[in-house]
Design a protein around this ligand. Structure first.
Ligand SMILES: [Cu+2]
Length: 512
């Protein structure tokens, strides 16, 4: 690498950054003592063999001491808040036993896993009702990446993630394992899940009070479920696996002293080559892995990670052994399969803002298939954000696959978009061209990953048809079935049920 390649730009339309929104809530440091960054434990398998691994994942309620005073009521997986880090190995068959110990229906969606849908994928068609369980089984066939688990019941995805139903998962493969990269989990390889919350009376969260159809924001940064966190640096190089787990917020990351860092991976794979940069923007659901070299600091120094002007995480430098090993120049060969000539470009538009959000002019319907696509065929997808400038940046996400970014408005993609991705930020007025293919069958959603936008209807679903089983039928649920369950579980009549996304349909006069 040479210095000319250092990226010193956030790469997106500044006029569309979230801080221009009239409802924007700036981040501020909480009036609370600093705390060690929580490192989610690795989830222990119930059983593991050379070919198979068995996990139990329980969605549960809990309470966490986030601020001085009262504990905050939270939700989590196998713990009170967020989740334990799940390890998946390429080639392994995974068996998961889900338990719902929450008071209401939820689903368990693996964001970033290329596994069949809609049941294994765990979107809105795979509910687990309170007190009930579900078992799924799938095989991992994909490159090393940092993916995540989150709730996805429509239209209450946003509210359940806000309660805490989100956790990281690491896909490991043999290629990545052989590269000289930090991977001592919790020491020089740490997840950094970026979220924001507003604390109300008695330190509680209040989703409905904070609701905004363009996405809920809170002033307090919460990193891995920690307020005012610090991390003790004991190695010269530290690998940070960032996940934007916020409902709405964009994170514009940079370090004190404009310390350069090296991005090595995006959402679903390593990058073709490491990229030196000083600024990194992540929109909702995007991931990035970076390596920070603290070699120019001494014990007692502190390095601060910021988003815009707000400190998020303090790195306290301790003694470490010098590590001047260079990173490899080549990290990954991004697949580049040929487009099937018989497949015309498929167009998707991300439309509107506030309650008017839609995709291709329509709001999402759980029992409607919007598109059919043959398995293994590669197709160009043109994703357009039809917002007029200044508008908003919409992070576009696809379930069940990783795609290759071909072009932004006819220009080369940003250099850190050259690996496999599952979520891509689209500027207002922009067309982003993707190469899309599916290697697993099923029904999959694709949507804006501002969680209130997806609940509000900026979402659609496709059916991937396996040529070996072209007539396979999928039992699709509808919104009303889930909403009746929510009404019953919340002990309110259906006409008094409030779920954020329902507002967006009602206000636009649309049936669910
Ligand atoms: Cu959006």
């Amino acid at each position: 690498m040479n210095d000319q390649e250092t990226i010193q730009d956030y790469c997106y339309d500044e006029a569309a950054f979230d801080y221009h929104d009239r409802a924007y809530i700036p981040l501020q440091v909480a009036d609370a003592p600093e705390q060690p960054l929580r490192i989610p434990e690795i989830l222990k398998p119930d059983q593991e063999t050379a070919t198979d691994v068995y996990y139990t994942i329980t969605a549960q309620t809990g309470a966490v001491q986030l601020l001085p005073g009262k504990k905050t009521a939270t939700w989590g997986y196998n713990g009170p808040l967020l989740g334990k880090t799940v390890i998946f190995k390429d080639g392994q068959t995974v068996h998961i036993h889900y338990i719902n110990d929450l008071p209401e229906v939820t689903t368990f969606h693996w964001h970033g896993l290329a596994i069949p849908g809609p049941i294994e994928d765990g979107g809105c068609h795979a509910p687990v009702y309170p007190g009930q369980t579900r078992d799924v089984e799938f095989t991992i066939h994909q490159p090393a990446a940092f993916v995540w688990l989150h709730a996805h019941p429509c239209p209450a995805t946003a509210e359940q993630v806000w309660h805490g139903l989100a956790g990281g998962a690491i896909v490991q493969d043999q290629h990545e394992a052989q590269l000289p990269l930090p991977r001592n989990y919790g020491v020089d390889d740490i997840p950094v899940i970026l979220q924001d919350r507003r604390f109300h009376e008695d330190n509680q969260w209040d989703y409905r009070q904070d609701y905004d159809p363009d996405g809920i924001l809170g002033p307090t940064p919460m990193i891995n479920g920690t307020i005012n966190p610090y991390f003790d640096v004991t190695t010269q190089k530290v690998r940070l696996r960032f996940l934007n787990g916020a409902n709405r917020r964009e994170w514009r990351l940079h370090f004190s002293d404009d310390l350069p860092f090296t991005q090595i991976a995006g959402d679903l794979s390593l990058l073709p080559k490491p990229l030196k940069m000083t600024k990194l923007m992540l929109t909702c659901a995007e991931r990035a892995e970076i390596i920070v070299d603290f070699g120019s600091y001494r014990p007692g120094d502190e390095v601060v990670l910021y988003s815009d002007d707000t400190p998020l995480l303090r790195f306290k430098i301790h003694e470490f052994k010098p590590d001047h090993a260079a990173l490899p120049n080549v990290l990954f060969e991004t697949p580049n399969p040929a487009v099937a000539p018989e497949m015309p470009i498929h167009y998707v538009t991300l439309d509107g803002m506030d309650e008017a959000v839609a995709m291709n002019g329509k709001k999402f319907k759980m029992d409607r298939i919007d598109y059919q696509m043959p398995m293994h065929k590669v197709q160009l997808w043109d994703i357009e954000n039809t917002n007029h400038a200044p508008g908003m940046i919409h992070p576009y996400h696809m379930h069940g696959t990783g795609f290759v970014t071909v072009a932004r408005d006819g220009h080369a993609p940003n250099p850190n978009e050259l690996g496999l991705k599952d979520t891509i930020a689209i500027n207002p007025g922009e067309h982003v061209l993707l190469k899309v293919w599916f290697d697993v069958p099923g029904v999959f959603m694709y949507h804006c990953h501002i969680l209130e936008h997806e609940d509000g209807g900026m979402m659609a679903q496709l059916k991937v048809v396996d040529p070996k089983n072209p007539n396979k039928q999928y039992q699709l649920m509808d919104h009303m079935t889930l909403m009746r369950a929510f009404a019953e579980e919340r002990h309110v009549p259906l006409n008094e049920l409030w779920l954020g996304g329902m507002d967006s349909y009602r206000k636009m006069g649309e049936e669910m």
